[in-house]
Ligand binder design. Structure first.
Ligand code: DAH
Length: 339
């Protein structure tokens, strides 16, 4: 019986030695010390011993139990430390590693370009005004020297809401509104969305963006117009950019011009973006027509002015080499994340 106890002790010690987890240790405790365990089983057979043998055997059995408990406790402590060690290693933070970058939002490319434009014009003393997208025929056309039967109405395919209400086809409507309520000197720009019944393709959209500009004062000349627009083009495209003024026609300006800049893609050599011409048209402009001044209550004999309308979408697509204007309106976050 004593040998049997020693065998149990040896077996227990060996098994405890090999235990790899706290669960293993718990299983061993059940196996050796539990109600149905090996030590318990042998204690149950004590009844067959003589009265002298029994206390000795009992004492030995208690020693074995104590030894197994001690070995288990030590093992449990060791395993706990080892597990902790592993966890520390896994959770270790290397404070010398660069921190993970927080992703921050970005501006829509149209807004980046618009902010640049506003900064340029504000630094030249222009105020920024706003105008309604649902506009009246009166401000969008009549006041701008485009009466109802005028052939120039066909230049723009208008979305009419009623006989007199429409979605503005041009931010020029803001000129008339401004001149009606502001006495010269006037220096303002008005950015915003405009609408035309155009087919959608890679370069056309029924919704697009313009920035209108207007200067009215005594003695304003074409030279002022050239100076302001050249300065603007150089700030947006760089000082080496050439600027070309071409004669054109708009009902609200006389004389009228269209302004081209050297293509930013090819530097003027001719490429796909500028359709081989080396130039990109960025705006229409001119000296405010006397009829427009008069319509808005400003005496054209005393005052003169110039105006311009810049297309934002083309500026944006050429600056960022965006091949399809539709990308500006689709709100595909993967596209927007690039800016
Ligand atoms: N409103 C014109 C357009 O949409 C652009 C324009 C041309 C605006 C000449 C002007 C201007 O103010 O003077 O095509």
């Amino acid at each position: 019986m004593k040998e049997k106890l020693n065998e149990i002790l040896m077996a227990a010690k060996e098994a405890i030695e090999k235990a790899k987890s706290r669960q293993d240790a718990e299983d061993l405790r059940v196996r050796f010390l539990g109600k149905k365990g090996e030590l318990t089983a042998i204690l149950k057979s004590m009844g067959s011993l003589s009265a002298e043998e029994r206390p000795l055997f009992g004492q030995k059995a208690n020693e074995v139990r104590a030894a197994i408990e001690k070995a288990l406790a030590e093992k449990a402590e060791m395993l706990k430390k080892a597990e902790q060690q592993l966890r520390f290693q896994a959770e270790a933070v290397d404070v010398t590693m660069p921190a993970e970058k927080q992703k921050i939002g970005s501006l829509h490319p149209l807004n980046i370009v618009l902010n640049d434009m506003l900064e340029i014009f504000q630094s030249m003393g222009f105020d920024v005004v706003d105008g309604p997208e649902v506009e009246t025929d009166h401000y969008c056309f009549e006041q701008l020297n485009v009466p109802a039967d005028h052939p120039a109405r066909d230049m723009q395919d208008t979305f009419y809401l009623t006989d007199t209400l429409l979605l503005r086809t041009q931010t020029s409507a803001a000129q008339a509104r401004t001149m009606e309520v502001t006495k010269p000197p006037i220096r303002m720009v008005c950015p915003g969305r405009v609408f035309r019944a155009d087919e959608v393709d890679a370069t056309h959209s029924p919704v697009f963006h313009q920035l209108e500009g207007l200067v009215v004062d005594k003695g304003v000349t074409m030279c002022d117009l050239k100076g302001v627009l050249e300065q603007f083009a150089h700030e947006i495209y760089g000082p080496e950019t050439k600027v070309k003024f071409r004669p054109s026609f708009f009902p609200f300006t006389e004389p009228s011009v269209e302004v081209d800049v050297t293509c930013s893609e090819c530097g003027g050599k001719g490429c796909r973006v500028c359709k081989g011409s080396g130039w990109i048209e960025i705006l229409g402009a001119g000296m405010v027509h006397p009829n427009v001044l008069r319509n808005c209550g400003i005496d054209p004999k005393v005052y003169s002015g110039f105006a311009f309308g810049i297309g934002l979408d083309r500026l944006t697509t050429t600056r960022y080499k965006i091949s399809d204007i539709r990308l500006l309106f689709e709100n595909d976050k993967r596209f927007l994340d690039e800016f």
